[in-house]
Ligand binder design. Structure first.
Ligand code: AMP
Length: 136
């Protein structure tokens, strides 16, 4: 099966506008940004989702996200920023290689996530609390 685009970037087969790298992670500018200065941070070793990664590597990824986000905010004079990871197609993930988006945001940038909210039936929230806790 052909490599996905981020595997090819890690291998150096296609170019990327790199902003940061260390032995474990790589960060580069997203070519189709929500706002200019939108960057991605990926592990150099391929995993599809955050929970596929060893916990320690997920920590390394977010250590880099923390570092790069500060630089993105300074470079763009952003008034805010979103940090987002889509995991699997159902969540909107298009490239099946885990990546954290760092999106600089501005009060008047005109972009809004299509967020909706649901209501729990009586006691349902407790059921979810219990069920999630049982897996931890
Ligand atoms: P997602 O929907 O979370 O899988 O996001 C994939 C992201 O990868 C999108 O924001 C794309 O613009 C970005 N992208 C795809 N190909 C490239 C590339 N060659 N260089 C940089 N960013 C890319």
């Amino acid at each position: 099966m052909a490599d996905d685009v981020f595997s090819r970037i890690v291998k150096g087969e296609i170019p990327a506008k790199k902003v940061y790298e260390n032995d474990k992670v790589l960060s580069f500018v997203d070519i189709a940004p929500v706002n200019k200065g939108h960057v991605l941070v990926i592990p150099k070793k391929k995993y599809e989702t955050i929970t596929d990664m060893p916990e320690e590597l997920a920590g390394e990824l977010f250590r880099a996200v923390h570092k790069v986000a500060k630089a993105v905010v300074k470079a763009t004079n952003a008034e805010g920023y979103n940090i987002l990871v889509n995991n699997k197609r159902a969540s909107g993930q298009e490239v099946p290689y885990v990546h954290a988006h760092i999106i600089p945001r501005f009060a008047d940038d005109g972009f809004r996530f299509g967020w909706r909210t649901l209501k729990y039936e009586e006691n349902e929230i407790d059921d979810f609390q219990k069920k999630i806790r049982s897996f931890l």
